[in-house]
Design a protein around this ligand. Structure first.
Ligand code: NI
Length: 159
């Protein structure tokens, strides 16, 4: 496995619509494995292929420690409800945004072995999956944010 460079906002690659993966072969598996390693190294909870310069429809996520998901050619089958989200992105370092995400999302896609799976996510997991899916459409959380802060200026609720 190898670390890959994370592309940052301002690079047009992050604004492109990604194409489907034709086949989940060894090359794709290697990229997915590299993406997990890169995400962990950067202390992220998700990483989409365009963030490492690959214009294909796939992302990895680890919304809870040790709970790794890999989606190739994901489709959102349904969304339900709403929740407030505070999120950042490895491609937009130092920024936090407030936005509204679905409370629940059902995604169908292929796993690391090319096997189709359908999973439903709620709460923080749903936020992560929706955020990563947006990357495949060239959408960043900053596009949807109603408020944006530099990390150090983030108001603290407990104060
Ligand atoms: Ni992101």
């Amino acid at each position: 496995m190898a670390l890959r460079n994370i592309i940052e906002e301002g690079d047009p690659i992050l604004r492109k619509h990604c194409r489907e993966v034709d086949e989940v072969n060894e090359r794709i598996q290697m990229i997915l494995d590299d993406m997990v390693e890169t995400m962990r190294e950067a202390n992220g909870v998700g990483l989409a292929a365009p963030q490492v310069g690959i214009m294909r429809r796939m992302f990895v996520a680890e919304p809870a420690p040790g709970e790794v998901y890999m989606f190739v050619n994901p489709e959102i089958l349904s969304v339900e409800g709403e929740q407030d989200s505070e999120e950042g992105c490895l491609s937009v370092p130092g920024m936090i945004g407030r936005l509204v995400r679905p409370e629940k999302v059902t995604i169908r896609g292929l796993d690391r072995y090319g096997k189709e799976k359908t999973l439903t996510f709620e709460g923080f997991h749903a936020i992560v999956m929706c955020h990563e899916f947006d990357h495949l459409e060239g959408v960043l959380f900053t596009d949807k944010a109603t408020e944006l802060f530099r990390e150090e200026d983030m108001p603290r609720d407990e104060e």
